[in-house]
Ligand binder design. Structure first.
Ligand SMILES: Cc1cc2nc3c(=O)[nH]c(=O)nc-3n(C[C@H](O)[C@H](O)[C@H](O)COP(=O)(O)O)c2cc1C
Length: 308
């Protein structure tokens, strides 16, 4: 029988105040069922979810995620993870080696995690619960990886708080549909389109200025910029950077190079090796450019033994 979700979609809004009431077992079962029913690329299910039930752990996750009180208050809190670790294990279990595809893996794993979270979220809203996605899990992503003991190939994608709502309000605005849904080809935006966007979104902000919201998050000095470096380092550490060896504590190969050049007179690359030169000494590393330079830098810093 067809089921029209429009009334639920029309009313839904993110909820940031929850009543101190648990979600009954039967409903929880429906939510967990929903997340696994989401479609997934090539059947791989490149995601996991951690249900954070330990109050002490929940508190630490909240602290690391911008100290958002609704993470503590919600009946349930999940951290959705992009996860290629399990796939690697499954392949190995059948004697196969995973190919090298870190960027594509991240693409599909983040999508899978987002879809699973969305299916849970919409099901929760249809059952009358309130939800709030939490991108704040990227605020302290490196510490969160430690806290949740995430293996290589796993990275936090988004958090999701679910509970009985303790707030009401009108649904929040969206951009005019004509700016979001293109027909056949991407339509370039005119200044009038952009003005219409700010007008439509004005009620989003208490003072009627959506530009302030965008600035706070996305302009120079905003939240996203603060997250960028540690997220890049976390990706490299989790083996999801194509140019850096797993565990490398650098944002990118460019950042590693910049740091090495800050401590050296020159850096020299040859096929399969890198040299870091100081005035009177030089340090050599082997492997891909990232691997070789990281080794040379570690030797130069005395973090690794340099055999004569
Ligand atoms: C990926 C993602 C991350 C988000 N992160 C947060 C967050 O950390 N804290 C929060 O209170 N809301 C967060 N939100 C909720 C958005 O702010 C909210 O969906 C948006 O303002 C639109 O409002 P609405 O959901 O009520 O329509 C997030 C939403 C998404 C999809």
């Amino acid at each position: 029988m067809p089921l029209d979700l429009s009334p639920i979609l029309a009313q839904r809004r993110s909820v940031r105040r929850f009543k101190p009431m648990p979600i009954p077992e039967g409903d929880l079962e429906k939510l967990l069922f929903a997340l696994q029913r989401a479609p997934t690329d090539a059947s791989a299910q490149l995601y996991s979810a951690i249900r954070v039930t330990d109050p002490g752990l929940r508190d630490k996750v909240a602290q690391l995620s911008g100290n958002q009180e609704h993470i503590r208050q919600a009946a349930e809190f999940f951290v959705f993870l992009a996860d290629v670790h399990r796939l690697e294990r499954l392949l190995a279990h059948r004697g196969e080696r995973m190919a090298f595809w870190p960027r594509t893996a991240l693409h599909f794993a983040l999508l899978d995690a987002g879809l699973a979270a969305s299916y849970l979220a919409l099901t929760a809203e249809a059952l009358g619960y309130g939800v709030c996605f939490i991108g704040g899990v990227l605020n302290g992503v490196e510490e969160l990886i430690n806290l949740l003991e995430l293996p290589r190939g796993v990275i936090p994608a988004v958090g999701l708080a679910v509970g009985v709502p303790d707030e009401e309000g009108p649904p929040r605005p969206r951009l005019p549909r004509s700016l979001v849904v293109h027909e056949n080809r991407y339509r370039p935006y005119s200044p009038e389109d952009l003005e219409a966007a700010f007008q439509a979104m004005a009620p989003y902000s208490r003072v009627g200025d959506w530009g302030r919201v965008l600035r706070r998050y996305f302009a120079q000095g905003g939240t996203m910029e603060e997250r960028e470096t540690s997220y890049g380092r976390a990706l490299a550490r989790q083996g999801l950077d194509p140019d850096l060896p797993p565990g490398a504590p650098f944002y990118s190969l460019g950042a590693l190079l910049a740091e090495a050049l800050g401590e050296a007179r020159a850096v020299l690359f040859r096929k399969g090796e890198a040299w870091l030169e100081r005035e009177t000494e030089a340090f050599r590393g082997e492997g891909s450019p990232g691997e070789a330079l990281l080794t040379a830098l570690r030797k130069a810093r005395g973090e690794m033994k340099d055999w004569p």
